[in-house]
Ligand binder design. Structure first.
Ligand code: BTN
Length: 272
């Protein structure tokens, strides 16, 4: 049984707040599921409309980037996937992870101004990860058919809910804020932000989103190393390019663009 602090999500209340909205107007709720991204993908292949949401209390096979697992203890956090069908080329689909990252960071900032985005898909508070995003795409003839945007937010996890190796890297928003987080309110605000930023992206392109994203980035100006699984890059992060790739200035003054990879800030963060 959940403790008094860890009750099931009041899905009826969440459905009421979202019933007229495009994002979350249709919501599938599960006590336990393998992965909300997998469930959303099944629904998308069956023709589910844009804005359909899958939420679970726990995931038995929650997935993170680069084949990692996403720790998903029950009744504490948010594990959500949403189906979008943007009218964009396959090549532009990676920009969506940044669009979603912006919406998640802006939502977290409604609870604490100490939140920042770490390229490409992490939201940090005080340098520790509070949320991650995993997008998975399906396309046809170089056009996107659908994208599943999977979002995991550590809301009410405390240190002992994380495996020991993650305890200095991850944090629950409740710990950062010093109070339990209302999961219905957070999810409602997140879906509203996501809808707003997604509409901006679809109607005005990534050029309208990029400056907002840059304004919340914790990497700009910092010396970083990036591991893309094949090689390591080192340089100072100078921003993101129009396609969403990370721009680095290396020791020779040349600009490097990194499309995928894990970023480490040399010497750690001072603040967010
Ligand atoms: C990452 O930071 O590596 C991305 C983590 C994404 C986790 C979320 S939880 C909801 C959705 N379902 C999954 O299996 N993964 C995403």
């Amino acid at each position: 049984m959940p403790s008094a602090q860890h009750l099931p999500l009041s899905v009826a209340a969440l459905r009421r707040t979202r019933q007229a909205a495009r994002f979350g107007g249709v919501m599938h709720y599960f006590d336990s599921i393998d992965s909300t991204n997998t469930a959303a993908r099944r629904l998308a292949l069956d023709g589910a409309t844009e804005g359909t949401v899958v939420i679970a209390e726990t995931q038995t096979k929650g997935r993170g980037r680069l084949g990692r697992a996403w720790v998903s203890p029950p009744f504490r956090n948010l594990y959500l996937s949403i189906i979008v069908r943007p009218p964009i080329a396959t090549a532009d689909a990676p920009q969506l992870v940044l669009v979603a990252g912006l919406a998640v960071a802006e939502t977290v900032r409604e609870w604490t101004a100490r939140a920042a985005i770490k390229w490409p898909n992490d939201v940090l508070v005080d340098g520790r990860k509070v949320a991650g995003i995993l997008t998975e795409m399906d396309d046809d003839d170089d056009r996107v058919r659908f994208v599943i945007i999977g979002i995991g937010v550590n809301l009410n996890s405390v240190a002992t809910d994380f495996p020991p190796e993650l305890r200095d890297k991850a944090v629950g928003l409740c710990t950062a804020v010093g109070a339990p987080i209302d999961r219905v309110a957070f999810t409602d605000h997140l879906l509203s932000r996501l809808e707003e930023r997604y509409e901006l992206f679809v109607h005005q392109g990534f050029a309208a989103v990029g400056p907002l994203w840059e304004g919340l980035s914790c990497l700009t100006g910092k010396p970083v190393e990036v591991d893309d699984g094949y090689r390591r890059y080192a340089g100072v992060a100078v921003g993101i390019a129009g396609d969403g790739s990370l721009r680095l200035r290396d020791a020779t003054g040349s600009e490097i663009r990194v499309v995928v990879g894990d970023v480490t800030v040399v010497g750690g963060y001072d603040g967010a």
